[in-house]
Design a binder for this molecule. Structure first.
Ligand code: CMC
Length: 425
């Protein structure tokens, strides 16, 4: 017999169905709660709320497990390309060699943006944050590809393969263009002979007088960074993408909203905030201990620490940290004061009762900012890089919403605490 939960309220007893996920996750189905009892659930911050059923990513935060479509992140991080992992996330299976070649060719063909879009991106002022440019430009893509941005999911889905390739290929081009525009540099055009990560570095760093050549170590560090960020179930930006998609919005509008959510320092913006925090600690002549005390007193937040879901080491942080020394060695970096501070902060936090009792561990952003800093990626591009990496996840999640015939508009309720009726006179 199917398991149920019993809720007793106002002398009424209600049997609520229980849903068990494929990994044994348990959920009480409250969809009939309000219509039967008049009550709603209250869960500010959604810490106990399942907003959907999804087949894309599994996380066990207590055990520090992350799997894309069933495959452990540790296995995918061992030598898979970001393109193939993106294919897995979007389509559910790792590609065959033919599918991989076809997907790469599609990304290559879609890499340039139209000249109108180039002018649009060039219109942003110097000094603009590249995340502002990225979010607006992604939404603008819908204007240039209106046949797949009709805001009719049935029609948009007919062009899904093309739209997915456009979003994945062009997010990288727009990101690199935004970097160059806000610095007043001339734009580079994508090169068909380079892979996804190498092309990104070329678009960012090639100069008219000198072609940028990525070393294999740098290209592989970028590949790893993107792959580790490819998908992470119902985080703030992905929930935003699903929320916007639930209203019927197209892929470009939905992912553009995701970029805006990602920008926040409690989410993707944390990688930029980690580096800024380390710089401040360094500039103040602190070895990290004063900052830790301030965090414990609630006067500061240790950026790159803590996670809503992981109550253990973030598995992505473990992988990044593991690859870090190798990357630094290949770059000839032996002495880095920020890295020393980061290591001290980590050791201090991991042995401090405040952090232990709250299960606050380093998350993916703690070391990723340092890696990108070592790779000479400018700080304001860190979150943009996160957005490029997360695009396959957003695409897959948009597709789940758009292709679900039972999908309903996402519309939470509230508990009203404002004034009761009163008269103006
Ligand atoms: N430094 C100091 N104290 C912290 C921190 C931190 N980074 N994170 C949480 N706490 C404390 C918090 O003050 C609270 O203490 P108390 O119980 O005494 O009130 C307790 O730990 C629980 O924290 P919370 O704010 O209720 O946790 P949350 O699940 O709402 O927030 C978080 C999760 C990631 C927003 C938060 O840990 C944080 O702000 N971390 C720093 C920002 C960061 O690194 N974000 C990147 C997350 S990973 C990348 C991504 O997927 O976005």
């Amino acid at each position: 017999m199917a398991k149920t939960a019993t809720l007793k309220i106002d002398d009424q007893e209600l049997e609520l169905p229980v849903i068990i996920g494929s990994e044994g996750e348990k959920a009480v189905d409250v969809r009939k709660l309000r219509s039967t009892t008049g009550y709603i659930t209250y869960d500010e911050g959604y810490g106990n709320t399942g907003s959907c059923q999804s087949e894309i990513t599994y996380i066990d935060g207590e055990a520090g497990i992350l799997r894309y479509r069933g495959y452990p992140i540790e296995q995918l991080a061992e030598g898979f390309s970001f393109e193939d992992v993106s294919y897995l996330v979007i389509y559910g299976e790792l590609p065959t060699p033919e599918q991989s070649a076809e997907f790469s060719a599609r990304l290559r063909n879609e890499a340039p943006i139209r000249e109108g879009m180039v002018r649009f991106v060039q219109g942003f002022p110097r000094g603009a944050h590249p995340m502002a440019v990225l979010s607006s430009s992604l939404n603008a893509l819908g204007a240039y590809h209106s046949q797949m941005a009709s805001n009719n999911h049935e029609r948009d889905l007919k062009h899904f393969d093309e739209a997915a390739a456009i979003a994945m290929a062009k997010v990288r081009t727009i990101a690199a263009h935004s970097y160059r525009v806000v610095r007043g540099k001339p734009l580079n055009y994508p090169r068909p002979d380079l892979d996804y990560s190498e092309n990104f570095l070329h678009l960012m760093f090639s100069e008219p007088y000198e072609e940028y050549k990525a070393t294999p170590e740098v290209a592989s560090a970028i590949n790893l960074f993107l792959l580790l960020h490819a998908e992470h179930e119902q985080n703030c930006s992905t929930s935003t993408v699903r929320m916007v998609a639930s209203a019927g919005a197209n892929l470009f509008a939905s992912t553009s909203a995701g970029v805006s959510a990602l920008w926040g320092p409690l989410h993707g913006g944390a990688n930029q905030a980690v580096l800024e925090m380390l710089n401040t600690i360094h500039a103040n002549g602190d070895d990290g201990s004063r900052f830790i005390e301030a965090a414990k007193d609630g006067k500061a937040r240790l950026m790159g620490f803590g996670h809503r879901v992981y109550k253990n080491y973030d598995p992505r942080a473990k992988i990044i940290k593991g690859s870090f020394d190798k990357a630094l060695e290949s770059l000839g970096i032996t002495d880095d004061p920020l890295l020393d501070i980061a290591r001290r902060l980590e050791a201090a936090a991991l042995s401090d009762d405040y952090f232990i009792s709250r299960k606050l561990y380093p998350n993916v952003d703690f070391y990723s900012g340092l890696i990108m800093n070592a790779l000479k990626i400018p700080v304001d591009m860190f979150t943009v890089m996160f957005a490029i990496g997360r695009m396959p996840g957003w695409i897959a999640q948009w597709h789940e919403v758009a292709s679900n015939p039972k999908s309903r508009i996402n519309r939470p309720r509230q508990v009203y605490m404002g004034p009761v009726p009163r008269d103006v006179m």
